[in-house]
Design a protein around this ligand. Sequence first.
Ligand code: IVH
Length: 677
Amino acid sequence: MSSSASERASRLRAEIGEHDHRYYVLDAPLISDAEYDRLFRELQAIEAEHPELVCSDSPTQRVGAAPLTGFATVAHRTPMLSLNNAFSDDEVAAFDRRVREGLAAEGEVSYVAEPKFDGLAVSLSYEQGVLLRGATRGDGSTGEDVTANLRTLRSIPLHLQGSGWPALLEVRGEVLMWRSDFERMNEQQRQKGEKEFVNPRNAAAGSLRQLDPRITATRPLRFVAYGVGAVAAGVLPATHWALLERLAAWGFAVAAERRRVSGLAALLACQREIGSRRATLPYDIDGVVYKVDELAAQERLGFVSRAPRFALAHKFAAAEALTEVLDIVLQVGRTGALTPVARLAPVFVGGVTVTNATLHNEDEVRRKDVRVGDTVVVRRAGDVIPEIVRVLPEKRPPTATAFVMAASCPVCGSQVVRQQDEAVARCSGGLYCPAQRRQALLHFASRRAMDIEGLGERLVEQLVEHDVVRTPADLYRLGLLALLNLERMADKSAGNLLAAIERSKQTTLARFIYALGIRNVGEATARDLARHFGSLDRLLAADETQLLQVPDVGPIVAQSIRQFLGEPHNREVIEQLRAAGVAWSEGEAVAPAASAPAVAGRSFVLTGTLPSLTRDAARQMLEAAGGKVSAAVSKKTDFVVAGADAGSKLQRAQELGVPIIDEARMLALLGGVEADR
Ligand code: IVH
């Protein structure tokens, strides 16, 4: 065995451990995913060549275990207790009184307040700083051995960092799924046609109790430490507050929302304050836990039956309530999506008065069978948008009326369309619909469309608000005076903007088509259309069969184009734009997009959720630069672009040794930077 391989391997392990901690615990990564993958693969390669170097706390061994047929049971060294709950201020006052009496305290008692995480409790046993076992709470005395699954969580250190840890240490805490991860995961479940989870808690529980740790490894679980169980051969700090800090130093995430306060009034204020920020926290919480700060005092107070006397969970008010559906109206979103929204008789739920609840889409209304006049259960979950949980059919009046999706847009009157395979109905008004104006104008002016420099979000906002600009054609009628009336608009910038608008008139047919913002028509399709038809008039006259002859135009795209161009308002705007002098040389040979040498002729596969682009947008960008995008990974694939929660394609790429890059790297390639492969 070469000692340099062994040294390199342990250096890599330490480095990867550090990056896991920075990424999953501190939320402050230092390196890109690609660099991380490179370190990881280097370690894998060394370990493959020198199997004797593999050790159980190597990051490569997080997912190592074979599927189980069942979980073994583990007896907890010290029981995992529950907490007494309080729902009112009076109950908290009674708790504080009992604590002061129990401690014969003269003045106010010092407490730590921290969120009550809505996940599931686990206990992690470390011996000599190495993670040996992880178990669920079970009945409090015995739980299930889920070590292999817990090892896949990158926020759980395989060995403790720093120093000063007891030789035996049980770390107690909660396994959670962040709401954003939960939503992304459910989206993927939906796409795969698999079962969705009801909430992050259930998703976390279901993910942790998988018999195959490889499945758990794909689930975005996190661990937060809130205390310790058994401790041997070591000393702990004197207070819970300091203990949390110690846990953080050993490599665990601990609640960022923790407060050290004295006395009842401060406790109640903490619960209100943390409660008010509940919706903005990345994870669900269902109350605030108060703990006597001094550990010696905790010990003196002891336990009654299965709950400590030194701690209390102050729960938030129930976030569900009953109310009546007064009406179901349609809201038009910025992309034309029509969302049915229930107008409700005002009801106080989860700390606010709710008068509206989203019903998401037509199918959802039908599935829940919500009708005007119904009595419903509304829930204000962790997020701010309240929703209808269910209808109470026994309370339905005979006059209750079912919802019907409108045939025309309530804002602009354009036709409402719902495409095959889409849950969402949309207004086809596009450029014309005021609800969609802002979005449409921004897209129209964007760099790859008409490229009107200086026409950004703030300006568009004002132009629409003051009703100066209704359609893109109005942009070409703007005068200096109208602009000078806007906020923060001086002579010079107004002049610059007018010049930019003037310059944009000379464009290409492809840009013009793209700028119209037809659904499903991205840059590449716009270019194909321009190349195929050669003139706008020929495109305007094309029927579905003719559209289908354009390379890469399928029935859905053809239908979008027909719908858009079939709308008289859109035709009008197009005519006004031409009349305003927007022009291109007809029949021009459409110049291909600036082809990026690092991309042109190479083949890509996209997988997972990219941080900023949709996969479709990424595909269009790659294709526009001359790349080829395929669905499956093969030996001929040049790059796999992987985002969060990438699955089998990523694995296949690793098996075949195909270079794996992240979105940032892909953008760099598009920008002309060559990849080292
Ligand atoms: S301390 C002896 N702290 O609440 C005290 N528990 O009812 C033991 N929980 O299953 C628990 N957040 O999973 C503690 N900040 C927190 C907590 C917390 C959530 C859960 C815990 C346990 C349940 C107890």
